[in-house]
Design a protein around this ligand. Sequence first.
Ligand code: KG4
Ligand code: ZN
Length: 364
Amino acid sequence: MTGQAPAIILGIETSCDETAAAIVVRDQFGHSTIRSNVVRSQLDEHAAFGGVVPELAARAHVTYLDHIIAQACREADITLTDVDAIAATAGPGLIGGVLVGLTTAKALAAALNKPLLAINHLEAHALTARMTDQVAFPYPMLLVSGGHSQFVLVRGVGDYQRWGTAIDDALGEAFDKIAKLLALGHPGGPAVEAIAKKGDPKRFKFPRPLLREARLDFSFSGLKTAVYLQAEALAPLSDTDVADIAASFQATVAEIVSVRARQALDRFKAELPKAAPQLVVAGGVAANRAIAAALATVCEQADATLIMPPIALCTDNGAMVAWAGAERFAMGVRDRLDVTARPRWPLDLPNMQVGASEEARHEP
Ligand code: KG4
Ligand code: ZN
């Protein structure tokens, strides 16, 4: 979009276990400059519990968010009065954390008399590739994170069609649970990937739930149960057993994701024959090299371009929230100070109305 002056946006992200703030500038040609992107992960707070504890996450956001925002401004060499708008994740996510970020954003907006933008966290992931690679609409996106595994057709800002989703565990969650089972620590994805390098991916043949069905949904809980049963049957596990289970699990999910990605690309080409074939990938699981390599192969075979933003922008961060805010700001969107935080907020609700009716707030 052209015609607007460059906008300086503060982005705030607190929906899970990262306290994050960033300053992003979007110019009149839609180009971005990330002036700062400060992320504080709460790994230490949750380490002893083997997963994110919502109450502890919210408290840590309260403790650190002010400092993280101040640091983001310092690193960008601006003061808060210089920003044109304040964007914060308003959902979906852990409600205590979302409330901390959104309430802070509201307070800043009110005190500084700046516009507020209440951002859907999934939209922030969905638009990141436009910040990093200026990807043009429409494009299919695969979001694979700790909380979500879904294919979404991104038609425009605020215009999404969900093509498929995880009907049980998200992919990152499955990695985290397998890591817990194998006593590899939290977060599980990187730990499973590291140990899988030493293992035999062909030793165990795990099930690939739903894969025979044409729909673009995922199901990982049956696979997870099969892994649990295999581990139980072999217990006590040797180091080799652990590595082989991790490698076989990872190879199975890489295959599942590849098959689905191919289906999504075929659907994209069939429904939007004039659009450039491309696949955008977002979310923390994109950090997995085996999955990334499998997706690269699929895209090559399908003659499509694979767009994967740098990992630091695929995992939760403030820059993606600032960018989603910048895109909405450029379209003239402004949110009211009484917008509500929403623990559930599917991406494909019409117009992404934050103040929508209670019935519409529940995922279909
Ligand atoms: O996007 P993200 O940072 O946070 C949200 O869930 O929104 O994703 C975190 C998830 C965790 O479940 C983590 O285990 C997974 O991404 N993950 C990985 C890898 N790195 C992070 N999964 C597999 N392989 C990895 N290398
Ligand atoms: Zn996320």
